[in-house]
Write a protein that binds this ligand. Structure first.
Ligand code: NAP
Length: 230
């Protein structure tokens, strides 16, 4: 897909990855609209990119559908959706607070799926890029709920890709641990020992490659090759 001139909605543009992707597609000539939950950071990123802003908590599925429809109307259509919302929680699974478990699934699985569901009718011939995580492939001790929620999201995206393969290309992005502040925003607990982080800029570049490559359906981590677009 050609990025220059594309109408793009970035959900979670107040975050590190979402913000960097929004800036990069904006610099490549896209027309961008942005959403975030934090009002101040949303205003700042909207002003920086001269982009319309939409405050959005993805846990509220009804409001999510309304916000996505409003953004599509303001953009005059939709060519590319980027979903970069997510939040982890850490600690042994048996000790997890049920309310935290619920929130982890509500944001990472149901919320991200809700955004895609709202946008799909508008994405005829377009692309949806969704941030899952390597944990979908490698569930990790100390991150059971976060791993399971990302695995649920990846399974849902796989099924939706099959349902919509003639209409919309779905790109599932499953990076390893990155050099962003995601862990500092955790709903609970302290992260286990994590490997050396990958630079988020590598994921941003791979996402752009995947958007441009009309056959790409995922950005994944390969132990030998590193980040791969395929
Ligand atoms: N960093 C990593 O190591 C890593 C690795 C693999 C996958 N990922 C995935 O990459 C994505 C981006 O992560 P990041 O590193 O950029 O983290 P980040 O900087 O913490 O960004 C997280 C984003 O999610 C948004 N968010 C959280 N809960 C939300 C809710 N209930 N409703 C709406 N928005 C909500 C935040 O919005 P506000 O700031 O406005 O509240 C923020 O925009 C996530 O899906 C994450 O799971 C990250």
């Amino acid at each position: 897909m050609e990025i220059s001139g594309a109408r793009v909605l970035v959900v979670g543009a107040t975050g590190a990855l979402g913000g960097a992707i929004a800036r990069t597609v904006h610099d490549a000539g896209a027309r961008v609209a942005v959403t975030g939950r934090d009002a101040d950071r949303l205003t700042a990123v909207g002003a920086e990119l001269d982009a319309p802003t939409f405050e959005l908590d993805v846990v509220d599925l009804e409001r999510t559908a309304q916000r996505v429809a409003e953004a599509v109307e303001v953009l005059g259509g939709l060519d590319l959706l980027v979903v970069a919302t997510g939040v982890p929680a850490f600690g042994p699974a048996v000790e997890a607070d049920p309310a935290v478990t619920e929130e982890v699934f509500a944001v990472n699985a149901l919320g991200a799926a809700g955004v895609v569901r709202a946008a799909l009718p508008h994405l005829d011939g377009g692309v949806a890029v969704v941030l899952s995580a390597i944990l979908a492939d490698l569930p990790t001790a100390g991150m059971a709920d976060y791993s399971a929620a990302k695995a649920a999201l990846t399974a849902w995206l796989t099924a939706v890709r099959r349902e919509s393969r003639r209409r919309t290309r779905i790109v599932d992005v499953r990076p390893p641990h990155l050099d962003t502040d995601l862990a500092a925003h955790a709903l609970a607990g302290e992260p286990p020992r994590l490997p050396e982080p990958l630079a988020a800029s590598e994921v941003v570049a791979a996402v752009l490659d995947a958007v441009r490559d009309d056959s790409a359906t995922e950005v994944a981590w390969d132990r030998r090759e590193g980040l791969v677009v395929r």
